[in-house]
Design a binder for this molecule. Sequence first.
Ligand code: NAD
Length: 493
Amino acid sequence: METFQNFINGRYVDPASREWIDSVNPYLGEAWARIPRSNDADVDKAVQAAHAAMYEGPWAKMNGTERGKLLQRLADLVERDAERLAEIEVRDNGKLYAEMLGQVRYHPKWLQYFGGLADKIEGRVIPIDKPHHFAFTRKEPVGVVAALTAWNSPLLFIAWKCAAALAAGCSVVVKPSEFASASTLAYARLTAEAGFPDGVFNVVTGYGPEAGGALIRHPLVSKITFTGSDATGAAIYQEAAKQLKRVTLELGGKSPNIVFEDCNIDAALSGAVSGIFAATGQTCIAGSRLLVQNSIKDEFSRRLVELGKTARKGDPMLPETNIGPVTTPPQFQKIVSYLDIAKKEGARCILGGAPVPAGALPGNQFVEPTIFTDVTSDMRIAREEVFGPVLSIIGFEDEKEAVRIANDTIYGLAAGIWTSDMGRAFRVSAAIRAGTVWVNTYRAVSYMMPFGGMKHSGIGRESGIESIESYLETKSTWISYDPNVPGNPFTLR
Ligand code: NAD
């Protein structure tokens, strides 16, 4: 079994507690590694190191071009080690190797993109209305950033958060999920190899309330960027408010995937499947509410069931596997409980609807791809995030009703629209309250495109040029070259 250490101030160190948490391979159901159980003392060490790096160390003196070069070097190293990092992610979260490798191979794009942006962070000269004054703004890094991430795509979230934070000149302390920390700890070595000064990138692992709680409460942390559930996000937001910390929150979703009768049906079927069964449904952007126009609902559902039946469950490392295990035991229990809830609420199960029987596959953490139909918007299965391969089909009559149902949710992360009518595509995409709307595609993300949620799905955006602003403060500087001593000092100038 591999033992990992925290990464603090440029080196790997044991946790102060000398206690460890087993990291379990969800496919085999066996511990494969141990990660540190960190406490206040470890977090304090990491934050102090990050703070010193930012305000005293060489990082503080580096210009944007130099920071950009380091990010570029890190990009090359991630590219070099992509297969090893992806394999670690699969061992930890059980998602398909093909998907994790794709994500890790795409990760360097964030580092390159924000590396290129690092020396284009500019203030402005303001043609100020006061005589004999020169006034300008400068952009300064916001301070030490705490990055807390979820277990479903740990390194992708590092790309989203840390590329922008480091380009801005911040230092970071990452607290990955206790269920999938190993890839982030392995990644830390690459930041040192790339040449980032000690203390710029730190990782402390451990339980949410313990290590995560200590991190978000630490007075030297200026900004929290969090990816996880809306319940934890709300708790972190409250805690952050006590010290007026800046926050970016990337939270859950209950995204509508809307199929109109005029669409390319084959494309919509493929989009519906990738929307819910890819990643075993363990993705914040899962298209878990499939809204289908009543005129095609029965035939579309029938074909969807046929497609769903072809999904092969098994070892996530194998290329022929379509559906891997659920990542964590609590998540598995949660999904199974929603299967019962949906049936009790009157939803009709047309595919799956049960966990894979114990003993059929290793680890005993598989759920059959499941489709419920005759779902209505008031059912819990249509309102709450399941985070598993469970689809709810809801019928609608016309465009107006589709928009009403789509928006009848506390969430607003993403939505899909399938139609051949471009007028409808523009109308409906504008009417839906979600941070991302895909038309005739689903699950596309890019380092260039802002990503984030409306309503309970979050606050702020990651990726895209504008996201770097959330790691910067604007400072207004006034310089007087007035040769005269001003008059009455007791009035505002
Ligand atoms: P989670 O909220 O349980 O945990 C996320 C992180 O917060 C972990 O590192 C955890 O240890 C930490 N944490 C938990 N309690 C804490 C506390 N009291 N104080 C400080 N830190 C704490 O989420 P999860 O189960 O790991 O992830 C699944 C959720 O993440 C889903 O709701 C999913 O939709 C969401 N998610 C959102 C996005 C997005 O970009 N919007 C992406 C992926 C996942």
